[in-house]
Design a protein around this ligand. Structure first.
Ligand code: PEP
Length: 251
């Protein structure tokens, strides 16, 4: 049985002072927890977070984006080797906010995942449908199309990714998918991964979208939900710790 993975996505939030206080509280409160965990921090704070997380193994360091290019004239981009300099373990790719506000295509997301994998960094690949797509009955088709691009580009390496199902209508809205709704999509994604690789069992499929201290245990109890990608609730130590505790207690 895989350990649940609880990953925080801080998005574009934080300050040197706030990060230090948040991470110290999370570290102090997480002693003895048995889930896997990570925090995906803004690039500007990778060095600070690396230093604060030094010397412990429970909470891994993550980034929020990676360039699909190796190096060169790509102003503002962050390369895989730069992330390696900070010993980054995870990087989010294809978050809906990047697909929506930065016009990231399925193909670009797939190549970002490839760049991360070739640097030994685990991409947390996000897929998810908009409200309009759900209401049009397109949920399955949308998430399968998004995942198919990543499978096509990455071949057998697909078994090294983490996948996150994040319905766009549930992100930052306080409107969570019910455990049944989330499980139904996770089962579809699990079947697609099973068809793509004999090693699909090792892939964690996280749920993301207004997961919080109150709903985490029920979501994490679903058979195909292997963890959570947490936005807003990752910014409050007590909430993030409660979700980590739910992940540690889930079977
Ligand atoms: C996210 O940004 O990945 C996310 C799930 O956000 P929230 O938990 O705030 O909905």
């Amino acid at each position: 049985m895989k350990k649940k993975l609880i990953a925080g996505n801080w998005k574009m939030n934080g300050s040197l002072a706030a990060n230090a206080s948040l991470l110290q509280s999370v570290l102090d409160g997480s002693a003895g927890m048995t889930c896997q965990a990570g925090v995906c921090v803004p690039a500007a704070y990778l060095a600070q977070a690396q230093a604060l997380l030094h010397g412990q193994s429970l909470i891994a360091l993550g980034a929020q984006d990676i360039s699909s290019h190796e190096a060169g004239a790509y102003t503002g981009e962050i390369s895989a080797s730069m992330l390696q300099d900070f010993a980054v373990r995870y990087v989010i790719v294809g978050h809906s906010e990047r697909r929506q506000f930065h016009a990231e295509s399925d193909s670009l997301v797939a190549h970002k995942a490839q760049r991360a994998l070739s640097a030994g960094i685990t991409p947390i690949v996000c897929v998810g449908e908009s409200l309009a797509e759900r209401e049009a009955g397109q949920t399955e088709a949308v998430v399968k199309r998004q995942l198919a691009a990543v499978i096509h580009t990455n071949g057998h390496c697909i078994s090294e990714i983490v996948l996150a199902y994040e319905p766009v209508w549930a992100i930052g809205t306080g409107r969570t998918a019910t455990p049944e709704q989330a499980q139904a999509v996770h089962a579809v994604l699990r079947a697609q991964l099973n068809a793509a690789t004999a090693h699909a069992a090792r892939i964690s499929i996280l749920y993301g979208g207004s997961m919080n201290a109150g709903n985490a245990a029920q979501l994490l109890a679903q058979p195909d939900i292997d963890g959570g990608l947490i936005g807003g609730a990752a910014l409050k130590a007590a909430d993030f710790l409660a979700i980590m505790a739910a992940g540690s207690n889930a079977v």
